[in-house]
Design a protein around this ligand. Sequence first.
Ligand code: PGA
Length: 242
Amino acid sequence: MSRVLLVANWKMNMTRVEARAYAGDLGSRIGDSSGRVELVLAPPYTALDAARDPRGRWALAAQNLSGERAGAFTGEVSAAMIAEAGCRYVIVGHSERRTLFGEDGPLLSRKLARARESGLIPIYCVGETARERAAGSTRETLAGQARALADDPGDQPLVVAYEPVWAIGTGLAATPADSAAAATDLRTLLAGRRDLRILYGGSVNPGNARDLLGDGGIDGFLVGGASLQAATFAALAEAASA
Ligand code: PGA
């Protein structure tokens, strides 16, 4: 079995000073055990450097990128800049980007293309709202969101994070059965991809990680709130490697 992938999405949290302290704390907790878990930290752009592990026990991800290559786009950060800053991954289409910043399928397709041009592995987020779930249209939502991947090269590694919107930051995680159903749908929708890993995200914590990993049909987690303390993230890594 490939290693469990555990991604810490810090969102708009952590100054450089805080990131440096977190990295030191996490490093001392995980010691030399790279173990069965691949760890990735996704700090704000400003803290990427501070969150780096000189010993390479975790990789870095950016939380977002521009759909443009370069030029007069004030406030944007390009894929090339992110890759040069040491990131291996980039999160694309997080539900907060979709709902709070109006990111739609065509824009996300451009972001995916920019990520590939710079050799970044996308962590592409999908997931239904509570209303879509209640209407029984989860599968249609996932299929619609997966359309942004139509032009993404199938021979490149891809990570898809199933993050039901109703589970993000609510303390109300999906059940392993919910997660497994979505993962099965996604694997069907993306059949033919050579290297596809599926993460679950939404109120993951050290208490529910084992069950989700066991029966949730997934390869790891995208973690928000429970990633903000090094102790909790290390506990998640421990749970995921057990
Ligand atoms: P949460 O966030 O773990 O705080 O629910 C997950 C995410 O938004 O990636």
